[in-house]
Design a protein around this ligand. Structure first.
Ligand SMILES: *[C@@H]1O[C@H](CO)[C@@H](O)[C@H](O)[C@H]1NC(C)=O
Ligand SMILES: *[C@@H]1O[C@H](CO)[C@@H](O)[C@H](O)[C@H]1NC(C)=O
Ligand SMILES: *[C@@H]1O[C@H](CO)[C@@H](O)[C@H](O)[C@H]1NC(C)=O
Ligand SMILES: *[C@@H]1O[C@H](CO)[C@@H](O)[C@H](O)[C@H]1NC(C)=O
Ligand SMILES: *[C@@H]1O[C@H](CO)[C@@H](O)[C@H](O)[C@H]1NC(C)=O
Ligand SMILES: *[C@@H]1O[C@H](CO)[C@@H](O)[C@H](O)[C@H]1NC(C)=O
Ligand SMILES: *[C@@H]1O[C@H](CO)[C@@H](O)[C@H](O)[C@H]1NC(C)=O
Ligand SMILES: [Zn+2]
Length: 422
């Protein structure tokens, strides 16, 4: 009897899994758009399909956004996550696994507690192809070539972003400008851009001052968090974590970007340094454009990692910076003591997010009104911190410190101001 019931349940689950039955073949640009349109039609309540801009050859950069609140406009403190695939047009596995991830998300919503809870509290934006022009030129079976890598103006899009450490002489391409514009329209907190040709999770910095090609660990102030993020992908992947693939040796299946090789104009560093979004770069297959018979295997290898990584958008601290009369403060600078070289600023609604591992941190916040006039009356409302595993949060404040901290476990206040006289 028990076995019989188990059999029925298994059967139902399997049926459900196959509901949409996205095939394991390549989907050219038209088929990809058709699939996204159909998903959007079938799951209109939790999805939104939009174009983030146009390519050189006037193709759309399609994005499918998924989440309970995808049509709600802005939901305070709800973080947005993004995946960008196929940035190099001939690195195509990401494009297909992202379509399968979309399929998985929409069909699991309401059926799987982990996925449902995640999509109830997050908006996930998936751009399966950032370089559909390049894809149109690339050839199946070309594992190591470069045909289709660049955009249609022959620029490498992952060398096309403004660089913090060096001058990037490359003229910015329509795809790059579209991504920058898009990234600024949503409060993206975490993202990954996906590639092929290796098997590794790569994290900032990708460059350093006067790099001139020399491999060197370029430590960013959030190195600890980034290692954790990269490991989340590598450890949840079927075999990335072993590090020995494609002729490479990456301990743990992760690497600092500049240690592997310095890159000027990468998208990852721009996201982190300029846009305030933690991004990593994922290399997910040795062969850039494998035979389509390999796609089911690649989805199986990447599936759990693709699901586990975005969950990390909820680590660390988030909250709203308000002034003394309780109004949210836009554009305030958040500094984590010891991590001063990367500043995050609050959104138009005064929100901030900062991915951090459990620990003790000192958070400072300030804003500048007009040039060099430091506005001295800012406080972080402690009760807006949603802290997980934080032993202690230090709040600097000018007044009402005790009431701000009351009822919040682990909240410690100091009534002095880093911008004050002492
Ligand atoms: C959309 O729904 C139709 C009808 O149930 C189904 O046949 C089709 O497979 C679905 N497609 C996707 C992509 O969800
Ligand atoms: C729900 O989804 C998560 C993430 O993919 C998975 O680990 C878990 O096994 C699923 N739960 C069920 C009951 O299928
Ligand atoms: C930037 O995004 C906005 C909103 O989607 C859009 O109206 C505008 O045309 C975009 N600008 C560029 C240069 O892509
Ligand atoms: C970079 O090179 C320039 C020109 O040689 C030099 O002036 C500068 O000090 C170097 N900076 C660093 C951080 O090495
Ligand atoms: C893919 O593999 C199949 C079977 O191994 C073969 O028939 C087909 O020609 C291959 N396709 C390409 C583009 O190499
Ligand atoms: C707080 O911000 C609001 C809106 O910007 C402003 O009107 C108000 O004067 C500010 N209050 C203080 C105490 O600065
Ligand atoms: C961050 O803010 C600090 C303090 O104002 C400043 O010294 C530093 O240059 C800023 N960093 C960046 C990258 O803007
Ligand atoms: Zn690439």
């Amino acid at each position: 009897m028990e076995r019989w019931i188990f059999g029925i349940l298994t059967f139902i689950l399997l049926c459900h899994d196959n509901l949409n039955a996205l095939d394991f073949g390549y989907h050219d640009n038209d088929k990809m758009a058709a699939f996204l349109t159909e998903v959007n039609r079938n799951y209109s309540a939790i999805t939104k399909l939009y174009s983030a801009g146009k390519t050189v050859q006037n193709r759309d950069l399609w994005v499918l956004a998924i989440g309970k609140d995808v049509h709600a406009g802005h939901v305070m403190l709800q973080p947005h996550f993004k995946y960008v695939g196929n940035m190099h047009g001939n690195e195509v596995v990401s494009r297909e696994v992202l379509l399968h991830l979309i399929d998985y998300y929409v069909s699991s919503y309401g059926n799987n507690a982990t996925v449902t809870n995640f999509l109830d509290n997050t908006v996930v934006h998936i751009m399966p192809s950032m370089n559909p022009d390049g894809f149109a030129a690339a050839m199946e079976g070309d594992c190591f070539g470069v045909i289709g890598r660049q955009n249609a103006n022959n620029y490498d899009l992952n060398r096309n972003f403004p660089d913090f450490f060096a001058v990037n002489p490359a003229p910015m391409q329509p795809e790059t400008l579209a991504i920058m514009n898009w990234t600024r329209q949503f409060p993206f907190v975490l993202s990954a851009n996906l590639h092929g040709g290796a098997l590794v999770a790569n994290y900032p910095f990708d460059n350093y001052v006067n790099a001139s090609g020399i491999q060197k660990y370029a430590t960013c102030p959030d190195d600890d968090t980034y290692i954790d993020l990269a490991k989340t992908y590598a450890n949840n992947h079927a075999n990335m974590y072993t590090g020995a693939h494609c002729g490479d040796n990456f301990p743990g299946g992760i690497t600092n970007g500049a240690l592997w090789y310095p890159v000027t104009g990468g998208m990852q560093d721009w996201n982190y340094i300029v846009a305030g979004c933690f991004e990593i770069t994922l290399e997910i297959s040795c062969c850039k454009y494998p035979n389509s018979s390999q796609l089911a295997m690649h989805w199986d290898e990447n599936k759990q990692a693709l699901i586990a990584f975005p969950l990390k958008v909820h680590i660390g601290i988030k909250g709203i910076v308000r002034n003394e009369s309780g109004h949210p403060v836009a554009g305030a600078t958040m500094i984590i003591r010891g991590r001063e070289s990367i500043n995050f600023t609050t959104t138009d609604h005064g929100e901030y997010w900062r991915l951090l591992l459990p620990g003790t941190y000192t958070v400072e916040v300030y804003t500048i009104i007009r040039v060099l006039v430091i506005f001295p009356r800012l406080s972080i409302p402690c009760n807006m911190f949603l802290n997980q595993n934080f032993r202690r949060i230090y709040i600097y404040c000018n007044s009402n410190c005790a009431s701000m901290c009351s009822n919040v476990r682990g909240c410690v206040y100091r009534c002095l101001c880093p911008w004050g006289d002492d």
